[in-house]
Design a protein around this ligand. Structure first.
Ligand SMILES: [Zn+2]
Length: 315
């Protein structure tokens, strides 16, 4: 990577959106999700963990090109360095990112500043907030100063004043629509510009209960990320939608199994319900949902609960 890249992160109606663009090339433009893209990055680097040097512990997985940060191009490392050092920066950065994401405590802006020095990051940022356009309020259709169409809202750069209140602007309850534009010069800059945004807006990282990948969230009560579910046959649904749909399906099966088992033998029905409940209490990971699907399948139920020993027992 030798040119510069623009990372734009907006939050206009509670939804965080990211866009990545090569400077001067508006056709090469990727939308990405700032809340999941860093977690996905951990999946494109395979960790072998045998060397004391982080850069020697990682290699790319085959499908790394699908990650938006690479613009669909093969990454040849930092052109300033000769191989094998050209990938060093990238893997050191990924190693740091992994430490931050998998750590239980939240990353702070002061930690970020230290890291920025350590990783020689060079991105710059511009922060803008959306405000109502006073000209629009006054009924103007065109701004006479620059003959631009007057929109209802405009983005205004943040200027530093002594009354600048970090908490009300970026704090947990901040709802102010905003736009961050980062100018980046390397893939490491792109990665850490996104982390800069998340750190400033007080996001933390957790694993999705369903797909097990890391995502950024402000409230740790949220269980699921907004990736598409990896569950076979439900890949077109987001994690939370997939869990709801699968559980509805499994609950229907549970109810009809319960009814027909009661007709067979009361003990069989209650033994089945005991097994079902013990699995249903667990988190709704892909693996656990597969188990629930299995124990409510026709074959399994037939061979496990319709047994002579129940018939021989008195209810
Ligand atoms: Zn998920």
């Amino acid at each position: 990577m030798s040119n510069s890249y623009l990372v734009t992160i907006t939050n206009e109606s509670g939804a965080v959106c990211g866009q990545l663009q090569e400077a001067g090339n508006s056709t090469n433009c990727y939308n990405f999700n700032p809340l999941t893209s860093l977690g996905d990055l951990l999946n494109i680097a395979t960790y072998s963990g045998t060397s004391p040097y982080p850069q020697d512990n990682y290699s790319f997985t085959e499908d790394y090109l699908k990650h938006p940060f690479f613009f669909g191009r093969e990454y040849t490392g930092n052109p300033l360095f000769k191989k094998p050092y050209s990938f060093r920066h990238f893997f050191v950065a990924v190693n740091e990112l992994k430490e931050i994401i998998t750590n239980d405590s939240r990353f702070s802006m002061s930690q970020f500043e230290i890291l920025k020095q350590f990783l020689s990051l060079g991105f710059t940022s511009k922060i803008e907030f959306r405000e109502e356009n006073p000209l629009y309020e006054l009924g103007y259709k065109v701004n006479s100063l620059n003959s631009e169409v007057v929109e209802k809202y405009q983005y205004v750069s943040v200027s530093y004043t002594y009354s600048y209140d970090m908490d009300s602007m970026f704090g947990e309850n901040s709802e102010t629509p905003h736009k961050f534009t980062y100018t980046c010069y390397s893939v490491e800059d792109i990665i850490f510009s996104v982390l800069h945004y998340l750190t400033l807006l007080e996001y933390g990282f957790k694993r999705c209960d369903h797909c097990d990948n890391y995502f950024a969230t402000k409230t740790f009560k949220v269980k699921y990320c907004n990736r598409y579910s990896p569950y076979k046959g439900r890949e077109n649904l987001l994690c939370n939608e997939a869990v709801d749909r699968i559980m509805t399906h499994i609950t229907k099966r549970r109810n009809s199994i319960k009814t027909s088992l009661y007709n067979y033998h009361g003990d069989a029905a209650s033994d089945f319900l005991y097994e079902f409940t013990s699995h249903a209490k667990a988190i709704k990971s892909v693996h656990n949902l597969k188990t629930l699907e299995h124990i409510t399948s026709k074959d399994y139920v037939k061979q496990k609960w319709y047994k002579e020993e129940y018939k021989n027992k008195k209810s």
